[in-house]
Design a protein. Structure first.
Length: 397
């Protein structure tokens, strides 16, 4: 019956994790998967989340199915987190937010919705982007193209080339954009560049689809929502998928959401109805425990500031590791520019290492990166950053 099924080559990130786990070398360093580890190399359990869960358990009660769109309190808190509590789009009822199975679930629900209601559109993603972006939209039946983004020569952004490409797209093309902390490069648009991009999106009648998986890891919770709020202020219709996996360290709970900011309350109601139907066809309803965590942490007067302080501490530790790796590499490889480590933001950086150099890091030094050269800065700590710098310097010599 299934002998014709093609073998699955595996996911490159999870395959690297498997290889790392099987590596017997005691000084091995895992900088491959996009997970935040603390200074001791452990997955943190945030006190804000612990306290929220204690309250949830103390309250007890039944565990019913959630509605297809998810928990109402969770959805309301997500919209306020993205746009600000007093944003006119929320007051006008122009925001349709559903709770999803992680931001990946949100991206997939949105992709299926758009294929139904904008069937002739094509999708455009940054070059490069998170590998699963392309897979998700292709899996929904879209043709996926790329627009210029990362400048390998400078470690920065090819903004002029990006704008030129977007100006030439057909109307109602779907443009996937990273709202902050670009994965995999760490290269973000500045507020001024977002301000220059938005008129192009409007004039060409393009549909922005924002991925916001790392809110708070760039410059701050509000600062990292600049693109979302600027698009809403400009009156554009757009989608945004966001996640709490990293920011609340609740990876396995699959806490995410999808929001559509629409031109009117009537449009938002139509979109919400079809998003419900799309969810029904995929997984029926999202996770109850995930919704309660998000609603408690974001909606409580004591837990919200505690969480914000915890997130700030994670962001600051990543920044310290960026500086530490940069300083060690500059000292070890004089004359080479490692400034990208300081200008790029969030958990990731593009190192510029070739696939062969990454292979050498893994085989000779037990330092694990993706073959693209992407490094997860959040996997560094005081105990391994020096060794990582030495290994990188060795393969660069």
């Amino acid at each position: 019956m299934f002998e014709h099924v093609q073998p699955y080559a595996g996911d490159p990130i999870f395959a690297l994790v498997d290889a790392f786990n099987a590596d017997p070398r005691p000084a091995k360093v895992n900088l491959s998967i996009g997970i935040y580890f603390d200074a001791q190399g452990r997955l943190p359990v945030l006190p804000s989340v612990q306290q929220a869960e204690a309250r949830i358990l103390a309250a007890g009660g039944a565990k019913p199915y959630l509605p297809m769109e998810g928990d109402a309190a969770c959805r309301a808190e997500v919209a306020k987190l993205l746009l600000g509590a007093e944003h006119p789009a929320i007051a006008a009822g122009r925001v349709a937010t559903i709770q999803t199975v992680g931001s990946s679930g949100g991206l997939k629900v949105g992709a299926d919705f758009l294929k139904t209601w904008l069937p002739d559109a094509a999708v455009w993603v940054s070059d490069p982007t998170w590998d699963n972006h392309r897979s998700m939209f292709e899996g929904s039946g879209f043709t996926v193209n790329s627009y210029p983004y990362h400048d390998a020569a400078t470690g920065g952004l090819r903004f002029d080339a990006m704008l030129a490409t977007l100006r030439g797209l057909p109307a109602r093309s779907i443009v996937l954009l990273h709202a902050c902390c670009h994965n995999p490069t760490g290269v973000d648009l500045s507020p001024a560049q977002w301000d220059a991009l938005i008129p192009v999106l409007r004039e060409r009648e393009l549909l922005p689809y924002l991925d916001l998986a790392y809110q708070g890891f760039g410059d701050g919770i509000d600062e990292d929502a600049y693109a979302v709020r600027a698009l809403a202020d400009a009156g554009l219709t757009f989608f945004v998928a966001n996640s709490f996996s990293k920011s609340m360290s609740v990876y396995g709970e699959r806490c995410g959401a999808l929001s559509a900011v629409c031109a009117s309350a009537a449009e938002a109601e139509l979109v919400m109805g079809q998003l419900r139907f799309t969810v029904r066809r995929i997984y029926s309803s999202p996770a109850l425990h995930a919704a309660k965590i998000v609603a408690h942490v974001l909606g409580d007067a004591d837990l919200r500031p505690l969480w914000q302080a915890e997130l700030a501490a994670m962001r600051e530790r990543i920044g310290a590791m960026r500086r530490a790796l940069h300083d060690r590499l500059v000292a070890r490889v004089p004359g080479r520019d490692f400034g990208y480590l300081l200008s790029q933001r969030g958990m990731f950086s593009y190192t510029g290492l070739s696939g062969e150099q990454v292979d050498a890091l893994r085989t000779q030094h037990a330092v694990y990166l993706l073959r693209s050269g992407r490094i997860c800065i959040a996997g560094l700590n005081d105990a391994n950053v020096g060794r990582t710098a030495e290994a990188m310097a060795a393969v660069l010599d």
